[in-house]
Design a protein. Structure first.
Ligand code: SAH
Ligand code: SF4
Length: 371
């Protein structure tokens, strides 16, 4: 994700930290919902009345060890430690953007894979950009994650550990994480079940306690996943759909997943989603100069979205190694917005470019080497 406000050009040195986690853990406690935690306590002979306290230690205090849970009886802590671990992800590298508003964490997984998580703070909002996979199978040509290919899904615990990691850092400043965007590495609807369970854990009122409407899930357009969201009674988080082009041929050229889930099928799924849930969708459009940024392209977007409840989020292209397009200039982006609002009544925003100096912008997250 990308955001940067200028803080007098202050630059923060990269920090190198190492946390200790237990390898080959039998059970990662971050994999569990609160009711599953309660079941675990019962199964190890601990009174489930301690569930609320353990949960609070995990997600409010962001405890890294069971030993730190001082208000939980020692016998219960020992029983927990013998059966489970707290799947804290060790920080391999932590980098702050020059303006100090964006921080990128390179986090290690137990199999030596790595992922990136981004902490963004501007306009008074603190947001974590969370990854759902190691790499991505969707291959969008302009995206660094797509360029690295797909390695594996993240587990529930590995997804949950990311905002907890961010919250742990924020505690030192007496701030709390308020927003999560599932816009990091990977395609969240390709890892549907793990992502949905992680959202249930994020929104549990007594833990991280995020409001569902502070969570945005962005998808490349996995049609079965969108239809499943429409069918299932899920928490009311925001859905964003990455469009980037308004014709099947143009879209398939830059978003290979569009060959599998064609544009007309995708738009039908979006309509079903909006009609069933009553919610509008955010449509994302990476603005690439000379490719998809003319007033005529904006008209095609307007016609495509028609009467759907929609907002368009325009993202000027961020640089990646594998794609040499140029971001649209702000004047052309403004004209694009004018067409959308004046000719079609569709509101839009242009995403601020932040964190670009540390490659923490949209589509810039990638991991070159394993630890
Ligand atoms: N896989 C999901 C979410 C992660 S990407 C998805 O594709 O929607 C988050 C957003 O960043 C998507 O809209 C994606 O298309 C966009 N993006 C990818 N690469 C980009 C780049 N180089 N510049 C700007 N936006 C990019
Ligand atoms: Fe995957 Fe999203 Fe990147 Fe496309 S833009 S390759 S779906 S992470």
């Amino acid at each position: 994700m990308l955001y940067d406000l200028c803080l007098g050009g202050v630059s923060y040195p990269a920090l190198h930290l190492a946390l200790i986690i237990v390898p080959d853990a039998p059970l990662n406690i971050y994999d569990l919902t609160r009711s599953e935690l309660s079941d675990l306590l019962v199964s190890i002979g601990v009174n489930p009345a301690h569930t609320a306290r353990v949960w609070r230690y995990l997600y409010w205090e962001c405890a890294e060890t069971f030993a730190a849970m001082e208000e939980v009886p020692a016998r219960a802590r020992q029983a927990l430690a013998s059966r489970a671990t707290i799947g804290v992800l060790p920080t391999a590298i932590e980098t702050d953007s020059g303006d100090g508003f964006t921080r990128k964490y390179l986090l290690g997984l137990t199999d030596n894979e790595r992922i990136e998580t981004v902490l963004m703070r501007f306009t008074g909002r603190v947001t974590a950009c969370v990854s759902s996979q190691v790499g991505c199978a969707m291959g969008c040509v302009f995206c660094a994650t797509g360029q690295m290919g797909y390695t594996r899904h993240l587990t529930v615990g590995e997804i949950v550990a990311q905002p907890v990691h961010v919250q742990r850092a924020l505690r030192a400043e007496n701030r709390r994480l308020r927003n999560i965007v599932l816009m990091g590495m990977g395609e969240p609807l390709h890892n549907f079940d793990a992502v949905m369970k992680a959202i249930d854990i994020f929104t549990d009122g007594t833990g991280l306690g995020l409001a569902a409407d502070r969570i945005t899930l962005s998808t490349v357009g996995v049609v079965p996943g969108i239809l499943r969201l429409a069918r299932e009674q899920r928490k009311p988080f925001h859905l964003a759909v990455s469009l980037h082009a308004a014709t099947q041929a143009e879209r398939a050229a830059i978003v290979p997943a569009a060959r599998k889930w064609q544009l007309d099928e995708l738009m039908a799924a979006c309509r079903t989603y909006s009609e069933t849930t009553g919610r509008r969708i955010f449509y994302e459009w990476t603005l690439i100069e000379g490719k998809n940024d003319s007033p005529e392209h904006a008209r095609a977007v307007g016609r495509l979205l028609g009467d759907l409840p929609a907002q368009v989020n325009l993202i000027p292209l961020n640089p990646t190694q594998g794609y040499d397009g140029t971001p649209t200039r702000s004047e052309a982006a403004r004209k694009f917005q004018d067409v959308l609002i004046h000719e079609f009544g569709i509101p839009s925003t242009v995403r601020q470019r932040r964190g670009i100096d540390i490659a923490a912008g949209c589509g810039q997250l990638a991991v070159a080497e394993k630890s």
